[in-house]
Design a protein around this ligand. Structure first.
Ligand code: MN
Length: 259
């Protein structure tokens, strides 16, 4: 199995390399990621200026690694179109430090990269932990390994774009794995104003609000201490839902919590 890994936290982010280190045990891994943090860049693609990429030394030994002066989506397009030339079986974006839930998936660079992988014809996962300073990156990486194996063995459909979020909890305290839908109206934007001595400036501040209390949502699942798996293409692209059984979810949780 050959897996393309990217992210939006930048090529030096610990989440990316925790993921690469675990996936390397089961697959040939190629990292193609932005050279700097690109969080909240969404699905942006660079079309009006040249893109530059260079092969760089990996943080995990023996992983083919390219740094791209572009967005997460650029990284995936460049990887699949040129650097690894479609020789991949799966695209994984993450591990993002911070949740990507509800409406926020529309601005998420992590999800934007996975979406590009899916649109290029590959199964794709976006994976995030719901804490900025996460102590549980290893657990998320192990879940990514389990999901990659399920895709490789056709226990999961290959035509999938999954958005996976883990709560900021130790594995033993995770209650379950829920197949969810995106919560709506989960965030508000407020504007803070200031003055830098010469000009006024504005900060957009995004805050989580709980307006959707449906128990089938990703926000609810995470708030209740569950792992959330949302099949995104069914929401974004109006396709029918792939069948992911509840028994597969409980199998996954058992395997994940096995020490
Ligand atoms: Mn990010």
């Amino acid at each position: 199995m050959r897996i393309l890994i990217t992210n939006d936290d930048g090529i030096f982010a610990p989440g990316l390399w925790t993921l690469a280190k675990e996936l390397k045990n089961i697959a040939q891994v190629v990292v193609v990621a932005p050279d700097r943090e690109q969080s909240a860049i969404g699905t942006a693609v660079t079309l009006r200026q040249p893109l530059r990429a260079q092969r760089v030394s990996p943080i995990v030994p023996e992983v083919e690694t390219y740094s791209v002066a572009g967005t997460p989506a650029d990284s995936v397009i460049l990887a699949l179109g040129k650097l690894v030339k479609n020789k991949v079986d799966l695209v994984i974006s993450g591990i993002n430090q911070g949740p990507n839930l509800g409406d926020d998936v529309l601005i998420s660079g992590t999800v934007g990269a996975a979406l590009q992988g899916y649109l290029c014809g590959f199964p794709a996962l976006a994976i995030s932990v719901a804490a900025v300073d996460s102590l549980h990156l290893d657990d998320a990486a192990r879940l990514a390994v389990l999901l990659a194996r399920k895709i490789d063995s056709n226990s999961l459909p290959t035509d999938i774009l999954l958005n996976v979020n883990l709560p900021d909890l130790p594995l033993a305290k995770i209650k379950g794995i829920k197949i969810t839908r995106l919560a709506s109206g989960g965030y508000t934007n407020t504007i803070e104003e200031g003055f830098d001595g010469k000009r006024e400036y504005y900060w957009v501040v995004r805050q989580k609000v709980n307006t959707d209390t449906d128990r089938k949502t990703d926000v609810w699942a995470i708030d209740q201490g569950n792992i959330s798996i949302t099949s995104l293409h069914t929401h974004l692209l109006n396709k029918s839902s792939p069948s992911i059984s509840d028994s597969l979810c409980s199998d996954l949780l058992q395997e994940l919590q096995k020490t």
